[in-house]
Design a binder for this molecule. Structure first.
Ligand code: NAI
Length: 332
């Protein structure tokens, strides 16, 4: 079976090559460019393509993959909002993902962002390097006995709920499905979560329903001085409205691993470029905002699990079996 990898970084190749001798039937070629309409035709002659979060696997790309007779799209990530699933399924192209490679990796990063933003660790780091040991502007608040609001209690949200519980926080959550493993969590409606939470952490997928879940109208319902953390997908938060809320002193802090205009930035060194939009720069200008570059997943354990599951997904496809990691209408 021949797989063409797109958007490959050195660490992807290293972690997949470590595993590959366990899967001698699989042949992999690695490409640096992302999968998009202008690169999809390179997949001619391959059985499968392997893509990451920021690849454009929309309608046009799927059409080209179909023309190239590619039968499988392997996503080496959990989210699949960048794929036209319906079109792929209609063409009989199987789409498979890695649903829970290391929920703790992302949840721990979410808490790291919450703590950094709250205690202004990003400011302190720079200040102390300049021999400035003053504390002005560094005042934070205890998480202990405060309320954490978790939006989406799937695998990552559940891990974040456990971490918050460990901090001695009261944990409330909003999700259509109540996770029976989280007996310490109080499920509430979204309105109540917005009104009561001192820390709001987003862990639901990006869908038509959740697009701009956090916007002026929902921000207004939040408690003053709330901390917002988004490690899920940029489109969940309307950035312009977040900026407005930060300016209005609604937020004590924000920690973002994902944001709307991240697409061109993710995993790229753009330090020599003049960036085309100022939204990220505006967000970074605030002393109470911490941004990281979609690195929630980036731990050794997560990379090992991603390569193992992706290759197992490929084997299941080859053996005409289901692995349970197929994405179709039922899990959208
Ligand atoms: P999951 O599928 O286990 O859980 C998602 C949960 O969200 C489910 O319980 C679902 O019922 C709930 N949900 C769906 N719509 C909702 C809504 N409107 N309001 C509240 N809850 C809703 O997914 P998992 O593995 O926990 O991942 C969550 C998200 O995290 C992914 O969709 C992805 O976007 C993001 N992610 C980010 C990473 C990073 O590196 N920053 C890495 C991996 C995932």
């Amino acid at each position: 079976m021949k797989i063409l990898f797109y958007d490959t970084k050195g660490y992807d190749e290293t972690s997949f090559e470590k595993r590959r001798e366990e899967f001698p039937e699989i042949e992999i070629d690695y490409l640096k460019p992302e999968l998009a309409p202008n690169t999809a035709k390179l997949a001619k002659g391959y059985d499968a393509v392997c893509a990451f979060v920021n690849c454009d696997v929309g309608t046009e790309t799927v059409e080209i993959l179909h023309q190239c007779q590619v039968g499988l799209i392997l996503l080496r990530c959990a989210g699949f909002n960048n794929v036209d699933i319906e079109r792929a399924n209609n063409y009989g192209i199987r789409v498979m993902r890695v649903p829970g490679y290391s929920p703790e990796a992302v949840a721990e990063h979410a808490m790291a962002l919450a703590l950094s933003a709250n205690r202004r660790i990003h400011k302190a780091y720079v200040r102390v390097r300049e021999n400035d040991f003053s504390l002005g502007g560094m005042l934070g608040f205890n998480f202990y006995k405060k309320t954490a609001g978790i939006v989406g209690t799937g695998k990552i949200g559940a891990a974040m709920a456990r971490i918050c519980n460990g901090f001695g926080m009261h944990v409330i959550a909003f999700d259509k499905y109540h996770n029976p493993d989280l007996e310490f969590v109080e499920y509430v409606e979204m309105e109540e979560l917005l009104a009561k939470s001192d820390l709001i952490s987003l862990h639901c997928p990006l869908t038509d329903e959740t697009y701009h879940l956090i916007r002026r109208e929902t921000i207004q319902k939040m408690k003053d001085g709330v901390i917002l953390v988004n490690t899920s997908r940029g489109g969940l938060v309307k950035t312009e409205d977040l900026i407005e809320g930060i300016r209005a002193r609604k937020f004590f802090a924000a920690g973002l691993d994902v944001y709307e205009e991240e697409k061109k930035n993710v995993f790229e060194d753009r330090s020599d470029e003049i960036l085309e939009s100022s939204i990220t720069a505006r967000l970074l200008s605030f002393p109470n905002v911490v941004i990281t570059s979609h690195q929630g997943f980036f731990t050794e354990e997560a990379l090992a699990s991603i390569s193992e599951t992706t290759l197992e997904n490929a084997m299941a496809y080859m053996r005409r079996k289901k692995s349970g990691n197929e994405v179709d209408g039922s899990n959208m």
